[in-house]
Design a protein around this ligand. Sequence first.
Ligand code: SF4
Ligand code: SF4
Length: 178
Amino acid sequence: MPGEKKTKTVKTIRIDVDKCNGCRACEVICSAFHAEPKYSSNNPARSRIRVIRDPLADIYVPVYAGEYAVAECAGRDKYTIDGKEYDECSFCRASCPSRDEFKEPDSGLPLKCDMCEGEDKPLCVKWCLADALIYEEREEEVEETAEREELEIGLESLANKYGLQTIQAALARMTKKS
Ligand code: SF4
Ligand code: SF4
């Protein structure tokens, strides 16, 4: 049965690959903004935007983290840019079991771009002095569906990594202590 329609503001970052110079300022500010406590460290491995770099070919492609994927996809394409072949995974936005990108390095929890929640404009866009990242907003009519909470996605990811029983046992121990 179709759900009710509602208007949603869709926030996107348009990427102008030709303008990106590979400086990685976007990775630095994203990881610093999401550090605990905020701005206490910067580690590009924790960034929700990664820049695919091939300096010899002058190719830089910023990719920001999208949806969490429980399983790896079945079909993969190849991309050839300036004679160099790239695996489709290189440009994929998903945090999926078959790759390390967009996973919190210590816990393995999936990372997803949250458009720098609480800020007036995404910080990677502000910090990109080359104007390769362009912030855009549009209104879209969508069907109301229950969105999965970050907590649910995180728990599912942990259960995939350690097994559901281990997570349940750990939770039971934690509840006992408190
Ligand atoms: S800050 Fe801009 S120019 Fe620098 S790597 Fe990121 S997208 Fe490219
Ligand atoms: S919008 Fe914010 S969370 Fe998303 S990639 Fe840019 S800096 Fe990171």
